[in-house]
Design a binder for this molecule. Structure first.
Ligand SMILES: [Zn+2]
Length: 306
């Protein structure tokens, strides 16, 4: 975890302290983060250098944890703006892979790890990282709590039915290997692109004059070929993808994750659209490890009502 990401979490923590009416005491804040001293100092100094927090003065002596004593620590107006204003946040923390969500007046950090899209949907994996950053209140639960009423709705969704997908994935990968299947998927996609051009060419012979002519009677059969090739490619990609999706992050066994509990979906009205977030819990059949996967996407408003 980088200093910038840490500093966002720390800022969120300070903001939540303030919202709860607690005094900003450096020692209390440090304890709430549960971090190593150096990690805290780096994040703290970063916020200070950016002018997001400020101190009245420092006195001699150190706190129990070895931090310098600070008097009059407070969030600056800039610090508050960064939390409450999306544009300000983006300007200050350019390129960070984190997002802020304000819920019931409390800020939550959402870490987006785009490298790990799962579920065949181009959705970033989301992790709530602020569970332990704020003392006695577990903000992580606020996100999943049912009685959020301000601007979000929660509802139950069905478990994913992966019975057939799993059988096919184990069977076909066992028989042909994932390399051959991936190669076949790539070949199908290439053939698909060629078929799409051939369809266009058969219906309008003047198009792309440098391409060879395709008789018009080929048009309809070629459309079927496009549908078939697309289906084949999607199918192959899904079964190979499933192998990795079902892998336990703890014991690294493939096909070991089984969905448990009740999946939940949540929609939050956000600037310019609706943010959808759904949570599924998995248990490893081999080692018993449970893991929660969060998926989210963003539906943009078609009409701009801001
Ligand atoms: Zn496992």
């Amino acid at each position: 975890m980088g200093i910038q990401t840490d500093s966002i979490e720390l800022l969120t923590s300070l903001y939540n302290f303030k919202q709860e009416g607690k005094r900003l005491e450096i020692e209390e804040i440090f304890k709430a983060t549960n971090w190593e001293l150096n990690r805290f100092k780096n994040a703290y100094d970063y916020l200070k250098d950016k002018g997001l927090i400020s101190e009245k003065t420092r006195t001699a002596g150190r706190t129990a944890s070895g931090l310098q004593r600070v008097i009059g620590l407070h969030l600056t107006h800039l610090g508050i703006d960064v939390i409450e204003n999306d544009k300000e946040f983006e300007n200050t923390f350019r390129n960070s892979h984190v997002q802020l969500i304000i819920q019931n007046g409390m800020a939550n950090v959402v870490n987006q790890n785009k490298g790990q899209a799962v579920n065949n949907i181009a959705a970033p994996k989301v992790e709530n990282v602020s569970h332990k950053n704020t003392g006695d209140i577990n903000y992580g639960n606020i996100i999943h709590n049912q009685n959020i009423t301000d601007n979000s709705t929660s509802y139950d969704i069905d478990k994913r039915d992966v019975y057939l997908l799993e059988k096919l994935s184990i069977n076909l990968i066992g028989r042909f290997g994932e390399k051959k299947l991936t190669l076949l998927a790539i070949i199908s996609l290439i053939a698909d692109v060629i078929a799409i051009f051939a369809v266009l060419k058969s219906f309008s012979p003047t198009l792309y004059s440098y391409l060879p002519d395709v008789p018009q009677s080929f048009g309809i059969p070629l459309i079927f070929a496009v549908v078939l090739l697309t289906t084949l490619a999607v199918f192959l990609i899904s079964i190979v993808n499933y192998k990795f999706e079902s892998r336990c992050s703890s014991c690294k066994e493939f096909y070991s994750l089984e969905e448990i509990g009740e999946p939940k979906a949540r929609e939050v009205k956000a600037r310019g659209g609706i943010r959808r977030n759904w949570t599924r819990t998995y248990k490893c059949k081999k080692c018993g490890n449970t893991e929660t996967k969060n998926f989210n996407d963003f539906i943009e408003n078609t009409e701009n009502n801001e």
